[in-house]
Design a protein around this ligand. Sequence first.
Ligand code: F6R
Length: 364
Amino acid sequence: SKGNHRHFMLKEIYEQPIVVAQTLRSYVRRLDGELAMPAEDFDLSAVKRVTIVACGTSFYAGMVAKYWFEQFARVPVDIDVASEFRYREPVMEEGGLALFISQSGETADTLAALRHARAAGQKIAVVVNVPTSTMAREADLLLPTHAGPEIGVASTKAFSCQLAVLAAFAANLARAKGRLSREAERELVRHLAEAPAALNGALAYDEAIEAVAHIIAKARDVLYLGRGPDYPLALEGALKLKEISYIHAEGYAAGEMKHGPIALIDEHVPVIVLAPSGPLFEKTVSNMQEVQARGGQVVLISDYDGVQQAGEGCIATITMPKVHPLIAPLVYAIPVQLLAYHVAVAKGTDVDQPRNLAKSVTVE
Ligand code: F6R
C-alpha cells in the first residue's frame, strides 16, 4: 500500500534511507568497519577487467560504478547499454567479469547480454532486486539489493540500493586486488555507513525542491549538468523528468556544454547543475558560469558551502547535506527524483503509471 503517500513513487523515494541501510547490512560489518560480501568464496583477486551492462536507470548506476572500480580497484571497465552491447561484437577476455545490473532481473536486453557474455567465457555477476528472478538464478556471483518491491514505474529506491551495493563491491574488489589498506577500508565503510542519515538529510529539503518544481513545470526543455560520478546523476535526472512529466530533458557532462549544447541556452531553458563540494566543484562551477553568461537560468544543487560560494546569480538553489564524494551520487539522487516527482504532480500526469512505459521490459 501507499501508506500516507499520494503515490508509490513518493513512498519509495522516502523509503530510501531504510532500504539502503538494509542493503548495506549484507555488505559491511558495521561493528568493526570491515567489508563483507554475500559470497565470500568468489575469488575477485584474478579479475583483470569488468564489463558492465544494463538498461535505463540501472545503466546509470553502472556508469557511477565505473568511476569507483577504476578509482579504488584500478581495474579497467567497459560499459554499455544492453541493447547495444550484444551487437557490437564486444571483446571479452577469457575469465573476465561481466556485471549486470537490474531491478527486475527480467529485462530482455540485459538477460540476452548476460547469456552472450557467459557464452564468451565471462564470469557473471548480477546486482538485482528480485531474488527469484531469471538473472538471479543465472548468476555466478549474486549481489542482491534489498530495496523491497518497487511498484512505481520510475525506478528510485532500486537505484540508490544499486549504488550502495556497487560502492561496496568496488571496495571489495580493491581489497581483493591488494589495493585497500585496512585503514582505507575502515574509512570507506565509515562513509558508506553515513549514507542512510545523509539520505534522510536530503529528504528534509522536500519542500524547497517542490518550490523549484513549480518553476521547472513551466519549461519545455530542461538541461541537467554534472561531472565525474555526478554526471550519470545528470542523465538520471533528465530521464526521471522526461518519463514522468513528459518535459524534454537532457543530461550532459558539464564540460561538454561548450562543445555544442550551449547553443540551446536562453532564458527559457532551466539548467540544473549538480555540484557537490569536492575535487570537481570548481570546474563544474566554471561550466555553470559559462551558461549564466549566456542568460541561462541555473538551479544549483550543492551543499551549504557550495551554495554559499556559487549560488549567486542562480534562479534557485537546493542545499544538500555535505557528504564525502563517495556517497554524493546516492544523496543527489534524492533531489533529482523529488524534482521530477513534484513537476509531474504539478502537471497532473500519472506519476506511477506513465504513458507508454511498463515496469519490466521483457521484449528486446
Ligand atoms: C527508469 C526505469 C527504467 C529501468 C530499465 C531497466 O525509471 O525504471 O529505465 O531502469 O528499464 O530495468 P531493470 O533495472 O529492471 O533491468
